[in-house]
Design a protein around this ligand. Sequence first.
Ligand code: ZN
Length: 319
Amino acid sequence: MFVGIDLGGTAIKGALIDGKGAMLSFAQIETPGSAKKIDDGILGLMAILASSAKISETDIQGVGIGSAGSIDKSRGRIITSPNIPALKNHPLARNLEKAAGARVFLENDATVALMGASWKGKSGFRNWIMLTLGTGIGGGAVIDGRVYTGQSGNAMEVGHMSIDHAGRECPCGNRGCLERYASASALARDAEALAKTNPGSSLNGRMKNGSLTALAVYEEALKKDRAALAAIREAARYLGYGIAALVNLFNPEAVVLGGGLSNAHSMLIPVIEDTVRLRALPGLKENVRIIPVKDPSRVPSIGAAKMAMDALSGIPETR
Ligand SMILES: [Zn+2]
């Protein structure tokens, strides 16, 4: 049995799979505010996964964790995570290994999403990119059929690709990072500003303590609220700028959208496609498909479990 953990800025999700890859249980908790509570939260999640699948926790052979931020894979440590500041220099995998008595493997969150999508999605693509649209924006690439992770597992930090050198400040230290304009949290913040200048917008009725969630914005956009639709189109346009650059760099067959915000794909994709058509180079932009991943909330944790399974059976990171 293998556990996969998807550690994001808003939620920690876990999946338990057996040796054949069948999912036995799935659960999620809110991401706590301190590193110690995150360790404990993951241990608690493992207990829930085991008990709901009616197995003993000692049957868990390996745990894969996909974490937001930059990681030191070999030391099992988070280097820095702009969306989960408490995890800076946190030895997450080592702590959990000690506490859980199972091997723990750390990977970038978008890379495990990509592993899950390529394992369960059976896309047939050999060159493709994945973007995970959540609190931040993660990215992964499959090049000639192999997952590309870079020298230390931190490749494809798509969310911190600067699309405006003088743009919005980012906690990473750069300016104009894509995720400051097109992540779920950026969408929510931009919609809050739009709601204030549009008193008639139904977004105003969805505010809680002056804040919106991306889900609330999406739900109001489905009901054709103009401010909500404008906020989603704006986020999609920015995604299009980023994706056009990625298309020029990677010449992919497909760009796959995952993460919670990808549930709004029917509104995002037409705008992204228009922007890519305007901005990417001829010869690259014509045959690229922009598609949503199936089951975006579970795919990263399933991919993280698969990563642990492969690591323990000595299979390299190929699809
Ligand atoms: Zn940044």
